[in-house]
Write a protein that binds this ligand. Structure first.
Ligand SMILES: Cc1cc2nc3c(=O)[nH]c(=O)nc-3n(C[C@H](O)[C@H](O)[C@H](O)COP(=O)(O)OP(=O)(O)OC[C@H]3O[C@@H](n4cnc5c(N)ncnc54)[C@H](O)[C@@H]3O)c2cc1C
Length: 164
């Protein structure tokens, strides 16, 4: 039997929960205290200027793709992603700026120009981050968290005991 469901807040997590509950045939109402939806990921416009209120980086693209797949869509049905190069620009107090390049080789050269040996450290850091991301996504994030035993697998336990 369809239920009446109220979700408080319209951030990305609420919108996702609302979509899944509505997909099950329930009657969902979202209550939001701000004038716009989106929570921290909303936009704010004033005097012709538009500000992103939170995220700058499109992290975890696989999560967005998985979400839309559950509704027989793909992200490109709703938005186009463009790879920016430079990835971002940092402005300093003295009016100079630093561009962080998108290309990995160029990024390594940029690291190396700032600190000798740092390109190797960057590579090692990214390799470690990749393993953590894979374990996090494959063994933790999508589990329903009903029991600790869900997390009792070799990769998670190995990660826990090797943390420093
Ligand atoms: C400055 C900043 C930079 C960030 N950069 C990145 C980034 O680069 N990449 C990235 O992936 N993530 C980034 N994040 C994180 C990302 O924005 C958040 O993790 C994500 O938007 C949180 O979504 P949420 O739905 O969990 O919560 P929220 O977006 O916080 O949504 C909660 C919603 O609930 C509403 N609400 C709360 N209480 C009530 C109430 N009582 N009644 C009605 N409504 C209520 C709030 O108004 C809000 O709309 C950044 C965040 C910030 C703040």
């Amino acid at each position: 039997m369809p239920l009446k469901v109220i979700i408080i807040g319209s951030g990305i997590s609420s919108l996702s929960a609302a979509s899944f509950i509505a997909k099950e045939g329930h009657d969902v109402t979202i209550l939001e205290k701000n004038n716009e939806i989106g929570g921290r990921a909303r936009k704010f416009s004033k005097d012709g200027f538009t500000f992103d209120m939170g995220p700058s980086w499109y992290w975890m693209p696989d999560v967005f793709e998985n979400f839309y797949k559950k509704f027989n869509h793909t992200t490109s049905d709703f938005y186009d992603l463009k790879r920016l190069d430079p990835s971002y620009r940092v402005y300093w107090n003295d009016d100079t700026h630093t561009d962080v390049p998108a290309d990995m080789k160029a990024l390594e050269l940029w690291f190396e120009s700032n600190e000798k040996g740092s390109a190797l450290k960057l590579r090692a850091f990214l390799k470690d981050a990749q393993i953590k991301y894979q374990v996090g996504m494959e063994d933790l994030v999508y589990r329903p968290s009903m029991s600790l035993l869900e997390f009792a697998n070799k990769r998670v336990l190995k990660g826990l005991f090797s943390m420093n």
